[in-house]
Design a binder for this molecule. Structure first.
Ligand code: SAH
Length: 493
């Protein structure tokens, strides 16, 4: 198994700085004992202009088998696996074992730490990485899909023929991989650490719950937004459904937390929308809260979930009305929850008041048993923050699993956008809105949701109801018609 990392430099910024960044001296060949064999690090070239570090892993197949057996499950069960233990490509192919070796040999570099040259560790370098024999299930095409979104300017994956003397035998499942681009060394190493085993897709026998932590750590800064995130996560975790789900959920938290900056205030909260009366204009956000409070009172709700509560404006209004005896705010954004806690003065609240309210971090696209059994749930300006393909997951979590008696959903009416003077044509109201719906689109969606989960739905305009384009905000009021425990899903549960 063989991997080289090259960089170029100038007399002022010599390429041999790579040695500092990797914490391996260019003049020395070094040997390390790793879990599966011996790793060698050496530099085939080391000048100010060009420097190449090579990592060679000699795998000890016997040690591999012993370790595999020691773990009990995994390899070794099926009879043909016994032979496969000895006759396999592990010693020759770059794979998960190389990843493991990287953590031993390039530990500090993976963490982006470099005491000698801390600045260079944080800078992008011209890098060239080559792996001559990379097992790649999914072939060159998948290699491109995995590396191209990560900032490499050149991704080359050429299938290695099974046997050069017999071209008619076709290609092996190996590719020669070359990556070129300007990246931070730590980022490049972390990508390889994750993607080499993902491409290999062989069974890892070390998959343990802390692999999710490792994956997230190594994926920091790139995995949460990678278009092939699901494939990467699932393969990395050896297709273990539970772990994959856990990792995907945490990646979603990361992604949402990253877009936190955009969440702070919606355009329509910032711009004071005037009403058609002469009086002081009422911001649309306030009108929305009033409409929600009214609908909650009409439904006779006292135990209420505010899902995607943001910075807690609605929670504050709910607290002021004693009929709401139990109020739970859920949001994925820790920052929003911190602001909400401050707004509500949670730390200075009397015991009785504090007993009425709970703030909780969570992703609404995952079911949560603690959300079951409430009178009502509010999703105020939340659904449009989800990618459309994630909407069914939220639908199931709220209407299928939590199943409050009443659900209020508000969302912008895109038809109304032409009435916003400050909004350029064709733009959504907020940078993080993934979609905005017409009245018909919203009715369509809400009608289907209601039908699927045993709810009736009515629509309430919020804000001035323009004769042509309708109101700025549309609200759906869902009321459960089927008693809990009688839907198909619940019977199955
Ligand atoms: N309900 C508030 C905030 C709306 S902004 C209001 O009406 O003003 C949307 C909020 O939904 C943000 O705080 C965002 O962090 C949260 N959010 C978006 N997607 C989420 C998800 N999948 N799970 C939980 N919260 C989410």
């Amino acid at each position: 198994m063989f991997l080289t990392i090259s960089t170029t430099g100038t007399p002022e910024r010599p390429a041999t700085d790579l040695g500092y960044l990797l914490h391996k001296h260019p003049d020395k060949a070094q040997t390390f004992s790793t879990a599966h064999g011996t790793a060698h690090v050496f530099y085939p070239e080391a000048t100010a202009e060009r420097c190449t570090a090579a990592l060679l892993l000699e795998v000890d197949p016997v040690a591999l088998v012993r370790r595999g057996k020691g773990k009990g499950k995994g390899r070794g069960g099926a009879p043909d696996a016994a032979l496969a233990q000895y006759v396999n490509d592990r010693p020759y192919a770059a794979s998960s074992l190389l990843s493991v070796a990287m953590t031993t040999v390039f530990k500090s570099a993976l963490n982006g730490a470099c005491r000698a040259l801390p600045e260079r560790a944080g800078e992008a370098l011209p890098l060239r990485i080559e792996v001559p024999a990379l097992p790649a299930r999914g072939g060159a095409e998948l290699v491109h899909r995995l590396f191209a979104p990560l900032g490499w300017t050149h991704v080359e994956a050429v299938a290695v023929p099974l046997d050069e003397r017999f071209p008619e035998w076709g290609d092996s499942r190996y590719v020669r991989l070359v990556l070129e681009g300007e990246l931070r060394l730590a980022d490049a190493l972390r990508q390889l650490y994750v993607l080499l085993p993902v491409l290999d897709d062989a069974k890892h026998y070390w998959v343990a719950p802390d692999e999710v932590d490792k994956l997230l750590r190594a994926g920091e800064g790139w995995l949460a937004r990678h278009p092939e995130q699901r494939l990467i996560t699932s393969r990395y975790l050896s297709r273990r459904g539970g772990l994959t789900r856990q990792a995907m959920e945490r990646l979603e938290l990361v992604r949402l937390a990253e877009s936190d900056d955009l969440e702070v205030e919606s355009v329509d909260n910032a711009v004071d929308e005037t009403t058609d009366t002469e009086e002081k204009p009422v911001p649309l956000a306030e009108r929305r809260r009033d409409a929600i409070l009214e609908a909650l009172r009409a439904a006779g709700a006292s135990r209420v979930l505010d899902l995607g509560c943001g910075q807690g404006q609605l929670l504050q209004a709910l607290l002021k009305d004693v009929r709401f005896t139990e109020i739970v705010g859920v949001d994925v954004s820790m920052r929003a929850l911190t602001v909400a806690a401050r707004r509500l003065k949670l730390d200075r609240m009397g015991e009785q008041q504090a007993g009425r309210i709970t703030l909780r971090q969570g992703a609404l696209t995952y079911t949560d048993k603690r959300l079951k059994g409430y009178d009502a749930a509010v999703l105020s300006e939340v659904i449009e923050h989800l990618d459309l393909p994630r909407l069914p997951a939220l639908e199931y979590a709220v209407f299928g699993s939590a199943r409050p008696r009443t659900v209020l959903v508000t969302t912008p009416n895109v038809e109304y956008n032409v009435r916003w003077e400050t909004l350029p044509a064709g733009h959504v109201r907020h940078g993080d809105h993934r979609f905005e719906w017409t009245r018909e689109e919203f009715r369509d969606w809400a009608g289907q949701v209601a039908g699927r989960h045993g709810y009736a739905v009515e629509f309430v305009p919020v804000g001035p109801d323009d004769p042509e384009v309708g109101p700025p905000t549309q609200m759906a009021v869902f009321t459960m018609t089927t008693a809990p425990g009688t839907t198909k899903e619940e019977k199955a549960a």
